[in-house]
Design a protein around this ligand. Structure first.
Ligand code: BTN
Length: 255
């Protein structure tokens, strides 16, 4: 059983907490070393996208993991991170979330948190940086994203005190990460818990795009290694290991 002991370092401003933690990891930082920044000037998202990170608007957090499970199960690391964020938002803020494969946390179908896990080589072996960005206020993202993004402040209808609420969410998140990380050598428990919390695991009509590949179909469960099973419109089962998933609404009139 993996035991995680987070140790948090705080910064006012960094280009990216993931980038800074990768630097520390290459200098030999231990598992559990974590970074929080008040703002990021070059925050990064999945698929080379930028992650807007204005001061006081979000929780910008990264943690270093040195997992011992076989590498083909490493996608479950983002699953366990999504479960931990779900716990933190529920316990610390009363916000219930859905998970969109592979690791977006949604509130009211809009994104409230993104997770960027990056594998890196370090002198002490291959490691993973898990970066978590939680929108605390509506200022976390540009106004043109308001139809697809949301924040803890909007979901709770309450103004956030950046420092107090961020610290409370962070404290619960660290506990939850330690709890879920200890289950990483039991893939079915992670996958079952993830599937129970995700409306995307089974029976969702979606479009999946990965580069030039685009498929449409219905989700039909999660493999033990975290791959999304998709029954395509031609009836074939595809295992999706990378890409973006978009919900397709069944009827043009559906809101
Ligand atoms: C995504 O949904 O595209 C992933 C977003 C991940 C953002 C977080 S914020 C903290 C950490 N540092 C970064 O530069 N990115 C991640």
């Amino acid at each position: 059983m993996a035991v995680l002991k987070p140790k948090v370092f705080r910064f006012e401003s960094l280009p990216s907490t993931n980038t800074e933690l990768a630097r520390l990891a290459s200098e030999g930082a231990a598992e559990g070393v974590s970074i929080v920044a008040d703002e990021q000037t070059a925050g990064r998202g999945r698929l080379q996208r930028a992650w807007s990170s204005p001061k006081g608007a979000g929780l910008y957090f990264s943690i270093l993991l040195r997992p011992v499970i076989p590498q083909n199960y490493w996608p479950l690391i983002t699953f366990m991170a999504a479960l931990a964020v779900g716990d933190a938002l529920s316990e610390a803020a009363g916000v219930q979330t859905d998970i969109k494969w592979p690791n977006d946390l949604l509130s009211g179908e809009r994104k409230i948190c993104g997770i960027l896990a990056e594998a890196i080589d370090t002198p002490a072996g291959r490691a993973v940086i898990v970066g978590i960005g939680i929108n605390l206020t509506q200022n976390a993202f540009p106004p043109q994203l308001a139809n697809v993004a949301t924040s803890v402040a909007e979901a709770t209808g309450q103004a956030m005190s950046h420092v107090v609420d961020r610290e409370r969410i962070l404290a619960v998140l660290l506990d939850a990460l330690s709890r879920w990380y200890s289950l990483l050598d039991e893939p079915e428990r992670i996958v079952d818990a993830w599937s129970n919390r995700s409306s995307y695991a089974i029976g969702k009509l979606v479009q999946v795009s990965n580069g030039d590949d685009v498929w449409q179909g219905t989700t039909s469960g999660i493999e033990r290694d975290g791959a999304l099973r998709l029954r395509t419109t031609s009836g074939e089962i595809k295992l999706v290991r990378a890409g973006d998933v978009y919900r397709i609404r069944a009827s043009k009139n559906e809101l």
